[in-house]
Design a protein around this ligand. Sequence first.
Ligand SMILES: Cc1cc2nc3c(=O)[nH]c(=O)nc-3n(C[C@H](O)[C@H](O)[C@H](O)COP(=O)(O)O)c2cc1C
Length: 188
Amino acid sequence: MIQEVLVTTQNAEGVTHITPMGIHVIDDDFIILPFRPSTTLDNILQSKTAVINYCNDVRIFAGCLTGRRDWPLTATQKIKGHYLSAALAHREVELIRIEEDPTRPKLYCKTINLVNHSAFQGFNRAQFAVLEAAILVSRLKMLPIEKIEPEIAYLSIGLDKTAGDHEREAWGWLMTIIDQHKQQTVQS
Ligand SMILES: Cc1cc2nc3c(=O)[nH]c(=O)nc-3n(C[C@H](O)[C@H](O)[C@H](O)COP(=O)(O)O)c2cc1C
């Protein structure tokens, strides 16, 4: 199974980097698969640790892809690092094995500490819509606009019916980026 989470990592200077990632869960292993080049990859190779944040504030997913990376952080307990203060739960992990790949290495991690902070609030279609739109934005340069437009039109149905303020705000940030991309595509 793949879970869409926010991964927080630290560089040698102690600066925390936040990024959305789809991590693979196989039995007790958590596999982080960053595409090169990646700050997350560099940080994990250097510190041998990472934090997996389970978060329903989709503004953080959309924010990381639209230049809004400054989200409140709290110090972790068993490893050096930070988790997102908004996380419903977080998992502190240690790197145990690397499967090398020139494009997308596999970083196998084991859990050192798992902490619950708040109850799961149930599924929400608008949150799903924001996640899918965020993935489209992360692939904007690789995808034709003819593929992006119908997907956004479909996702906006669930968004319109079920969004709260956070989801609407996150959606707005993503749509601005897609609109800018469309204008640049038309001009060039
Ligand atoms: C829901 C979601 C899942 C993502 N999963 C991955 C992933 O598994 N690997 C990856 O390299 N990028 C993934 N991305 C894109 C990264 O978040 C983004 O490109 C980021 O800049 C990665 O580079 P960084 O490690 O330098 O921050 C995902 C984006 C979203 C919105």
